[in-house]
Design a protein around this ligand. Sequence first.
Ligand code: SF4
Ligand code: SF4
Ligand code: SF4
Length: 247
Amino acid sequence: MKRQKIRKLLLTVSLLFFPVTLYYFSPALIIDAGLSGIINGSFIVFVSMFLLAIPFGRLFCAYVCPAGGLQECAFTINSNKPKQGWKNNIKYVIWAFWVLMVVLCYFNSGKIVKIDFWFNTENGISVSSIQSYIIYYGIVFLIFIPSILFGKRIFCHYFCWMAPFMVLGTKIRRFLHLPGLHIQINNGSTCVSCEKCSNNCPMGLNVSGMINNNQIEDLECIQCGACVDSCPRKIFSYKVVPEKGKK
Ligand code: SF4
Ligand code: SF4
Ligand code: SF4
């Protein structure tokens, strides 16, 4: 469980720095930058998310993302498991329209004039004015309230514009059969149906229902390791092996 304490500590620290880092995850600022032909911080962050997901999957969501930390704060109020299904696809629709808009903005600007990682921040700090505080708290409520109303990490499942970058990276890894981080399943037949894995999964996945596979293949899995650490039968383990998934 030590690993989960470290994971939660990292998410908490990331959440504390959210007023500083907010604009580096902004879907709006990249549009502003695109219209001026500037490669900004969020552009670099989104590309990095995609590239890092090829070897590491969605580890960012489990250990780094402030919005993930924010939603896990709501677990004490509502730890219901959100329904998995077609609603998970909402984020891909949002992402596709948004990416198209970003591409059109850069295309419209004609050329890339410069790289400015700190674009539209005050000495690199995102929240530095009354106006940016309003934006900050708007986003905090947008992420936090749905988790309170509907359960575990609902924003991640349904609305996040960043998750598709990491899912795309994971899919490319699978398509090319590249090595990468997995949650391996060993001896699923020794399961005692205690449901600790499913109950501890921060994404609210039905983990015990996946033990007949070789590995967890659900694209909503963020490789947090909570199932690895909570299973009394040690059925799950982290492994770096060539991808065998089909999705
Ligand atoms: S899905 Fe989005 S909001 Fe959730 S942890 Fe990942 S990047 Fe953050
Ligand atoms: S399936 Fe396991 S590793 Fe994946 S999100 Fe759930 S608890 Fe974390
Ligand atoms: S925690 Fe392990 S033993 Fe318990 S239900 Fe999950 S896989 Fe089975």
